[in-house]
Design a protein around this ligand. Structure first.
Ligand SMILES: Nc1ncnc2c1ncn2[C@@H]1O[C@H](COP(=O)(O)OP(=O)(O)O)[C@@H](O)[C@H]1O
Ligand SMILES: [Mg+2]
Length: 365
């Protein structure tokens, strides 16, 4: 009769396909039980959005059948614990495992649309997610989440006033749009903008989060510098359209993150508005902004292409009505965002396993 160590020994020959190490060394196997021919154990994945669950499951079953006995009945339970590459002793956002910046070169390429759908999609898989609208001059998260006119509560904790993020569709969020009248133009100087963003981080009760996403303004400006100086950003996701002018600017965004004194890993790029498919002609693709620009860029810069999102009327409508497209079931748009979020989660896990924690940027002026 096989015992627990036979099973663990077999599983030590099964690798996590991304992390290229075996599941036992990675500490992903828990609660191994053997009763007669019945074997059960739990696999703790590095993200609930893991796209490789099926492959890991069949690799485990096949290896145990080959190495231990083909007669065993194997029952695998999956749980997830999102990994983190943050250092233990950090003071800012200490209960947040991953801080992800969503950036772009140009405005209007769909950064906020991608950020919102990504946040909601990750939350749908069971992760704890926060979203900060860091586009202080053009906040769009309140509209996209149908939270116009809402105000975050302020609570007193240990004699200090702390903001509580709003919550919608399972995502905690904060935007400058919640703090000022929407119709008012925001004419702020750089230092005021920086201090507003810092308050979102330091004076807000975010609690425990697996992922905190920052929807950044376009380009490379003050807010980007404030972000990287206030906290160690785990990684950046860069959004572009396939169009030449957008790609030219995205190079600057990628170069900024790669600057030696900033040094934030770029997880990959998202090609938004990759093509248009009319609802009545679902097999047709029209490459309105050009074809394959994102893919070519990803190759040239040797970064992954994390996803291609088509132009779909319902994506625009979802943003305007406060019900983002990822909430729909089985539509081409929600499928595109789901693929994207799985790849993003996967590359965060790979980044955490392979690259040192990011350091907070110290820029001497
Ligand atoms: N894939 C898409 N399909 C249809 N409309 C989109 C898509 N992505 C973005 N949009 C629309 O384009 C506009 C700009 O998108 P937005 O996310 O606000 O861009 P950014 O944050 O980069 O300025 C919005 O009206 C949005 O609804
Ligand atoms: Mg935006």
């Amino acid at each position: 009769m096989p015992n627990q160590s036979d099973i663990l020994n077999a599983l030590s020959y099964v690798d996590d396909p991304d992390l290229k190490q075996d599941l036992v060394s990675l500490n992903m196997i828990k609660d191994v039980k053997v009763e007669g021919n019945n074997v059960s154990f739990t696999i703790e994945l590095t993200t609930p959005a893991c796209p490789l669950k099926g492959k890991i499951e069949s690799d485990c079953i096949n290896t145990i059948h080959n190495m231990v006995s083909p007669d065993l009945q194997i029952d695998i339970t999956f749980t997830a614990s999102v990994t983190s590459a943050r250092q233990q002793n950090e003071s800012v956002l200490k209960d947040v495992k991953n801080i992800i910046a969503i950036a772009s070169g140009k405005g209007g390429v769909g950064k906020s649309t991608v950020a919102v759908n990504l946040a909601l999609g990750l939350a749908k898989t069971g992760a704890k997610v926060g979203l900060i609208d860091a586009d202080i001059y053009g906040p769009s998260i309140p509209t996209m989440l149908g939270l116009q006119g809402e105000r975050p509560k302020v609570v007193e904790i240990d004699g200090q006033h702390r903001m509580q993020p709003l919550e919608k569709y399972g995502v905690k969020c904060l935007s400058i749009g919640f703090l000022v009248d929407e119709t008012q133009a925001i004419v702020w100087r750089g230092p005021m903008v920086s201090s507003a963003l810092k308050q979102f981080v330091t004076d807000t009760e975010w609690g425990e989060l697996d992922y905190l996403l920052f929807d950044l303004p376009p380009g490379t400006g003050d807010i980007h510098l404030t972000l990287v100086q206030t906290m160690p950003v785990t990684a950046a996701v860069v959004v572009t359209t396939p169009q030449e002018v957008a790609l030219a600017d995205v190079k600057k965004a990628v170069s900024m993150f790669k600057m030696p004194n900033i040094n934030i890993p770029v997880l990959g790029i998202v090609e938004n508005m990759a093509w248009f498919t009319p609802a009545e002609l679902p097999d047709n693709k029209y490459y309105i902004f050009g074809k394959g620009g994102g893919e070519a860029f990803a190759k040239e810069y040797d970064i992954p292409l994390l996803g291609q999102i088509p132009i779909v009327q319902s994506i625009r409508e979802g943003g305007d009505t406060g019900r983002p497209a990822i909430l729909e079931e089985n539509t081409p748009s929600s499928a595109a965002f789901e693929q994207l979020l799985q790849l993003v989660a996967r590359h965060i896990a790979i980044r955490n396993a392979q690259i040192e924690p990011t350091k907070k940027v110290d820029i001497k002026s």
